[in-house]
Design a protein around this ligand. Structure first.
Ligand code: G3P
Ligand code: CA
Length: 230
């Protein structure tokens, strides 16, 4: 019943074990031999992409206020819960070094162009392939910018609202992947999306019953805080 080829993605690295979106959390996921790692990016005030989930610093660091209003220098001076540092996208790429897929979620606004620049640089100069990446977002405008800027980078449409709507939007940007929340999925809508040519990677799946159910549905990938449990 289980699909042996289900891809396993570590969510924000290995969020279940170490502070999310840190190099340490990503290293933990790599040590679980994941097929991929999901991270979130924001553009900071000095123009770099930083790997961080929330729009504000309060929950995960000793800082306050919006991530996007701080320079990289100021963000690097903050302490992430547990004694870690906020990494840049390049630091994450250098750590992963092609050992697995990287799913970059464009969380903040105006992240698409810089993401294209960095991905293109690593593809042209650092031995990565476009297919080593999946760029996902809930924000249709960011995905549209990705599509207009570089048609080679695989795109995924995130949704916590509707598989049908995600599929319809995906067609407009030639995305071949959808990333629905697991609560939206049925065996039938997974099969339908796949029959239309889409891969289905679902999030955030952590408990044993849901992991089994998603495998029985035949999803292509599972994004989990505890990727060692998939
Ligand atoms: O990319 C899947 C998942 O991470 C989307 O939701 O809020 O955890 O970024 P969130
Ligand atoms: Ca995310």
């Amino acid at each position: 019943m289980q699909n042996a080829s289900t891809r396993v993605f570590g969510h924000r690295g290995a969020k279940g074990y170490l502070a999310e979106n840190t190099l340490e959390s990503i290293e933990k996921a790599l040590n679980f031999n994941v097929d991929g790692i999901e991270i979130d990016v924001h553009l900071c005030a000095s123009g770099e992409l930083v790997v961080f989930h929330d729009f504000t610093l309060d929950r995960m660091t000793n800082g306050t206020g919006e991530v996007g209003k701080q320079t990289l220098k100021a963000l690097k001076e903050l302490i992430v819960n547990g004694g870690f540092q906020i990494p840049t996208l390049e630091e994450v790429l250098n750590l992963i070094d092609k050992k697995c897929l990287l799913n970059i979620e464009l969380k903040g606004k105006n992240t698409a162009i810089k993401t294209c620049e960095i991905v293109s640089n690593y593809v042209q100069n650092r031995g990565w392939d476009d297919t080593d990446f999946i760029v996902s977002s809930f924000q249709h405008t960011e995905l549209e910018t990705m599509f207009q800027t570089n048609k080679n980078i695989p795109l995924a449409v995130l949704t916590k609202a509707s598989v049908t709507e995600a599929v319809e939007f995906a067609k407009t940007i030639q995305a071949k992947i959808i990333h629905p929340n697991f609560a939206l999925l049925t065996k039938d809508n997974v099969k339908l999306a796949q029959s239309l040519g889409f891969e289905v990677n679902t999030w955030t799946v952590n408990d044993a019953d849901t992991i089994l159910r998603m495998k029985q549905y035949g999803v292509n990938g599972i994004i989990s805080d505890v990727p060692d449990k998939i």
